[in-house]
Structure formats: structure tokens, C-alpha cells
Design a protein around this ligand. Structure first.
Ligand SMILES: Cc1cc2nc3c(=O)[nH]c(=O)nc-3n(C[C@H](O)[C@H](O)[C@H](O)COP(=O)(O)OP(=O)(O)OC[C@H]3O[C@@H](n4cnc5c(N)ncnc54)[C@H](O)[C@@H]3O)c2cc1C
Length: 459
């Protein structure tokens, strides 16, 4: 008799796992049932800001594979608009509600893949029936915001609450659509994924685009008029608006797991081992935004909800479910984004992470350009490096600059992954030609500066 895999959640982690398992085991050997409560499978939430701005079409363009493809080409039983409401680990069953047709089904499993993603942080003041308030997590959220922006009366003013990378990307999208945009942030400035000195460069660029930034200003409520949001409430008074987009981050979607008794780690996300197995529960797997993972530099468990990890972790789980052997060995926190033409990249530890993890370190900031100074289009690039003292091992890096800045972080991520010291890095054989870099690449200049800073301290 065929074994049975049940997948909860039909996006990056869930469908990567299901596809890998199918590649290794045919339908006679492994039956695969996927429950997805939404309208889409395998979609790119990452593309939503560019759909909002009108740069890319959607939502179809953001879907890698729809349910019909998984049914016909991958022989999976994909049940859309089905929400799993309970997991019975004793009986090895899940209970799912049919959100469209009504009714409930119970399905047995041998293997269970838990891939429910994350849910947006929503403070109590944001729970409202007023129109014009949006979270930004799924394609359905993107569609709802687009409909609001296109409807009559067309909104002219927008407030984005929260300046993480999603808030920053949505603020960019809204300004590109011609709205007057205010970004309100409880911290000092947006982009807290980088240190505040680098975040200030991002804030400056956003102001240059016409985005108003209100830092150190928590939002405490919403005002509404005629069923529509009319302002966000702050300690410095209301900020009038026609639309509010929430960008306060996400938390792992673990409600079902908790109720079933699956173990959570210190970050509040599900604990898994390096093969994506849930410890103590044979045949139960989890991956993506709902799990925590090892930070390879700090050695601490972290919750880093990014698509790049969800896809890799799902793949690892699927290979193992399919009878192969694969491991996910942790993250170093590499991420890139942009605000119009300004690019931001980061990897490893920020200063506050390095302090919290107990490292002694130096940090340096090097100003340079993306191309040879004389080459047309040369623009500033700022590289920050954080290096352990006295070993010189790279602990973290951040880059803010114009074209060719963001993906330069990848060479630093490789150095970090491999435990290189800033001294080793000064010798790196990086490409040079005037259209692509100054003769000393900004990464090399920063590495030299870090070596000098370490030497000065130990003199
Ligand atoms: C606007 C935006 C921009 C982003 N940009 C980037 C980027 O540039 N780079 C990057 O790496 N990452 C980015 N991300 C993050 C990335 O999209 C997520 O990390 C990734 O989608 C996580 O995949 P996942 O499969 O773990 O979870 P999800 O994609 O959230 O999928 C989980 C699925 O489970 C379903 N589900 C949940 N509970 C149940 C249930 N009880 N029953 C049935 N189905 C259920 C949900 O409907 C959902 O479809 C972005 C996210 C957003 C919102």
C-alpha cells in the first residue's frame, strides 16, 4: 500500500518539499495530499511590492506553478481553500475545513509536512472594520490593496506603519504610484536589519524620494470616517491618510503545531533538526517561515522568515521524505532590498547582535564608488564590516549604495560562510574593470580598513 504524505501550506516550503518527494517516489509508492487555505500555490510574495507599483503584472505572473500543474504533472491531490484546523498525532490524522464548499474532512498521514509560513504582527489597535487598512503577506493582500488604490475616490495619502524591508518596499511602490507617503516607525529609523548608521543612509534616500519619515513614533490607534480609515493616531497627533499598510513584521504561524504538542524553540518558532525533522515526532517535518534555524555566526537559534530559506528547507525535507539524505545547516542572515535606485545588502551580525552574542569586535565604514571614479555613472557606495577582535574573523557586513551595491554582499556572504578573516579578504581576487568597480573594489577597501582598525587597537 502507498504511504501518505500530507502537506499543510501550498507555497514555498510546502510545495518544494512535495515536489522533491514526488521526484523520488512515484504515486504508487507515495500519495501526496496538499491542503492550502488560500487561492494560490507556489506564488512569489516577494514580487507583491513590484505588482503594487505596476512594475510587474500580477497576480498570474507571480505564480510559479498553480494547483492544476501540481495535480496533472506531479500527481498530487491539491485541495485549495482547505484550512487544516487540527493535527492528531496519536491517530496520525489531520482535520481540514473546506472554506468554499463547507464541511470537514479527516485525512490520515504517514508523513506530515508542516509549512504554514508566518502571520503578520497585528496589534489590537489595528483590528478594525474600517476600509483601507491592509496587511501585506499574501497575493490576496496585494490584490486587496491594488483594488483600493484603483477605486473611486482614489486615495491620495498613504501611511506605512513599520519600516522593515516590506514596509520600505511598499512605501517605494506607493510613492511610485503618485501617493503622498508617510512611513511611521517606532525605532529611530527604517531598516533596522542594518545598524543605525547605515539605516540613516536609507532614511536619507527615502526622504530624497519625497517619503516623509516619522521615526521614534509608535502608532497607537486608527481614526475612521464613514467606514474608511482617515488617520493613524500617534503621541504627536493624528496623521491624516486614505490608506494604511501595516509592515510590523511577522511571527511564525505555529498555532496548530502548538495545539498538537509539537516543540517550539526560544524564538517561538518550531524546532527542527538539520534534516527538517521535528524532534521527538518521527515522520513529522517542518520548514519555512514557521521554523527556527541555527545562525552560523552567533551559534544561536534564529527566526529568519525569508523565501530563500523556505525553498531550501522545503527541498531538504522533501529529499529526506523521498528516502534521500539532505541537511540544512543554518543561515548567516544575508538579505538584499532596494528603495528606488538605492540598494541595501546585509549579512551576518549587526553590532547589537555581535554584542549580544558576546563577541569583542571592531566595526569600520568605508566610503567608495560602484565604478571607477572617472567612469560615467560612478556613484557612492558605503560598506560596513564588523570583525572579531583579535582574530579578525568577519562577523557581519552591510552595504548601501547605488547600482551594483546589493549583490556585492554575496562575496561578503561567501567570506563569512567560510570563516574568512578581514586580512584574508584583502587578498581576494575580485573582478575589476572601470564600468564595474574602482581598481580597489569597495569590499577590498573596507577589508583593508578593518585590518588597520584591528592593528591600531592591538598596537
Ligand atoms: C511583501 C513581501 C516581500 C517579500 N520579499 C522577499 C524577498 O525579497 N526575499 C526573500 O527571501 N523573502 C521575501 N519575502 C518572504 C517570503 O515570501 C517568505 O519567506 C516565504 O514565502 C515563506 O514561505 P513559506 O512556504 O514558509 O510560507 P508562506 O509563503 O507564508 O506559505 C504558507 C502557506 O500556508 C498556508 N496555510 C497557513 N496555514 C494553513 C492551514 N492551517 N491550512 C492550510 N493552509 C495554510 C498559507 O495560506 C500559505 O499559502 C517577502 C514576503 C512578503 C510578504
Amino acid at each position: 500500500m502507498a504511504q501518505r504524505l500530507i502537506v499543510i501550506g501550498g507555497d514555498a516550503a510546502g510545495m518544494s518539499a512535495a515536489s522533491q518527494a514526488r521526484r523520488r517516489r512515484d504515486r504508487g509508492d507515495l500519495e501526496i495530499v496538499v491542503f492550502e487555505r488560500g487561492h494560490f500555490t507556489s506564488y512569489s510574495a516577494c514580487g507583491i511590492p513590484y505588482w503594487i507599483s505596476g512594475l510587474v503584472p500580477g497576480p498570474e505572473a507571480l505564480i510559479a506553478r498553480g494547483p492544476e500543474t501540481f495535480r496533472t504533472e506531479y500527481a498530487m491531490d491539491v485541495r485549495m481553500r482547505h484550512e487544516v484546523t487540527a493535527i492528531d498525532l496519536e491517530r496520525r490524522e489531520v482535520v481540514a475545513r473546506d472554506l468554499k464548499g463547507g464541511g470537514e474532512v479527516r485525512e490520515r498521514f504517514d508523513d506530515l509536512m508542516y509549512a504554514t509560513g508566518a502571520v503578520p504582527v497585528k496589534p489590537s489597535w489595528a483590528i478594525t472594520d474600517a476600509g483601507g487598512v491592509f496587511g501585506m503577506q499574501t497575493l490576496d493582500d496585494g490584490a486587496a490593496l491594488r483594488d483600493w488604490l484603483d477605486a473611486d475616490p482614489q486615495p491620495r495619502r498613504a501611511v506605512v506603519v513599520g519600516g522593515g524591508y516590506i514596509g520600505v518596499e511598499i512605501a517605494e511602490a506607493l510613492i511610485q504610484r503618485g501617493l503622498s507617503v508617510t512611513l511611521v516607525e517606532a525605532g529611530e529609523q527604517p531598516m533596522s536589519t542594518v545598524d543605525s548608521d547605515m539605516g540613516e543612509l536609507v532614511a536619507e534616500a527615502m526622504r530624497g524620494l519625497g517619503i516623509t519619515i516619522r521615526g521614534s513614533l509608535p502608532v497607537s490607534g486608527l481614526e475612521e470616517r464613514d467606514g474608511r480609515v482617515s488617520a493613524v493616531v500617534t503621541a504627536e497627533g493624528p496623521i491624516p491618510t486614505d490608506v494604511v499598510v501595516m509592515g510590523l513584521g511577522v511571527r511564525p504561524n505555529t498555532a496548530l503545531a502548538e495545539a498538537a504538542g509539537l516543540p517550539l524553540g526560544p524564538t517561538g518558532a518550531i524546532r527542527v533538526d538539520r534534516r527538517m525533522r521535528v524532534p521527538g515526532h518521527p515522520g513529522v517535518w517542518a520548514a519555512g517561515d514557521c521554523v527556527e534555524t541555527l545562525h552560523r555566526v552567533s551559534g544561536l537559534p534564529v527566526h529568519v522568515p525569508l523565501g530563500t530559506h523556505a525553498n531550501k528547507q522545503g527541498r531538504v525535507a522533501g529529499i529526506n521524505i523521498g528516502g534521500g539524505y539532505a541537511t540544512f545547516t543554518g543561515v548567516i542572515g544575508t538579505a538584499v532590498t532596494k528603495v528606488c535606485d538605492l540598494e541595501v545588502g546585509r549579512t551576518g551580525l549587526r553590532e547589537r547582535d555581535a554584542t549580544a552574542a558576546g563577541f569583542e569586535f571592531v566595526s569600520v565604514i568605508a566610503e567608495s564608488t560602484n565604478r571607477a571614479g572617472y567612469y560615467p555613472g560612478a556613484r557612492p557606495m558605503t560598506v560596513k564590516l564588523i570583525a572579531e577582535r583579535p582574530s579578525g574573523r568577519l562577523l557581519g557586513a552591510q552595504i548601501v549604495g547605488w547600482s551594483e551595491a546589493a549583490k556585492r554582499i554575496d562575496s561578503l556572504a561567501v567570506a563569512l560562510w567560510n570563516g574568512m578573516t578581514v586580512d584574508d579578504m584583502t587578498q581576494l581576487d575580485l573582478g575589476y574593470a572601470p564600468p564595474y568597480a574602482p581598481v580597489w573594489d569597495p569590499v577590498l577597501i573596507a577589508a583593508r580598513k578593518a585590518v588597520d582598525a584591528l592593528a591600531a587597537l592591538d598596537r
